[in-house]
Ligand binder design. Sequence first.
Ligand SMILES: *Cc1c(COP(=O)(O)O)cnc(C)c1O
Length: 377
Amino acid sequence: MSGRIYLSPPDVGPLEESYVLQALRSGWVAPLGPEVEAFEREIAERVGTGQALAVNSGTSALHLALLSLGAGPGTVVVAPTMTFVATANAAVYTGAEPVFVDCDQANGNMDVAALEEMLQRLSRAGETVAAVLVADMFGSCAEYDDLLPVCAAAGVPVVEDAAQALGATYHGRPAASFGRLGALSFNGNKIITTSGGGMLVSDDAALLARCRHLATQAREPVPHYEHADVGYNYRLSNLLAALGRAQLHRLDGMMRRRRLVRERYAKLFSTVPGVRLLADGDEGSNCWLTSIVVDPERSGWRAAELGTHLGAQDIETRPVWKPMHLQPVFAGCRAVITGAAENLFAQGLTLPSGSVLDDRRMARVVGAIEEFLDRRR
Ligand SMILES: *Cc1c(COP(=O)(O)O)cnc(C)c1O
């Protein structure tokens, strides 16, 4: 054993170092500057949207997106139950009421039929739905060909939470480009990182200008400090934007490495009964995280047992996200539940998936899994 193997650690090196050093020496040590502007242009180009706004987290991006669409007290925001808590928290920050929709067994993304049922319920109750938040889970895009028409028919805008999905595509189109607004995260565990940061993208210049205003303390364009709205301090540091630009240069290479990692797990588990990969076969995935789903009746063991075995060898694993409707903080929220998310939570395990997993570390993980499987045969 030689050091702990993490789920999805940052992958930074000499390129990042030189970009950050150059930004530091330029004197632009502020939440604005040429690196921020360049990073916004490069992300907009990568995801194919007209505009981008660099912010200090993915959560901030989601908060601004919902505010710009009028989410607030007296409105409802539809969110996935299978997601990281930040998706739902962003709705709560605005004063809107979050309601939850279950997921598809195959990939953990929003279940279209459940969404349709939720929108019908809300419409019958005469409620104002400010937005549907759709998350692209584990690096796989949601089923937009089905989801978007359902939202359009209900007249509700979509905010795409693409925090996990930068670089992923759906029928060739980049993640983050499917909603009225899309949110990206550059947290330390995401596919590219600025240590902490995010980006809001959109084709709607007016909407994004509104978000930019709110993100910069709602400062009016006059010489003195003038404020007609309550704003936020949500901009990204110029130094961190430089780090993000270096990471973006390496995105395709890091995605290739993560795909190799996923293919190694696919091969390893292909002969193991009762085990499948989440979102198996999604060619457009960025392979951010690879998770297995274990049916204990067929495999004879539980996902958590493998997690314990790997943990004892200093290899990090984690259950997939605990559904929002089971979280104490969201107890009592309305939800359309099929049981799929609860199933994935019970049977899923996320394995080390990072692009820093070199051949030696990968062999260590594979060896530890094989040892576990041999004991159960
Ligand atoms: C990481 C993540 C976020 C939050 O991004 P931060 O940059 O950590 O604030 C939001 N939604 C999802 C689905 C995420 O995975």
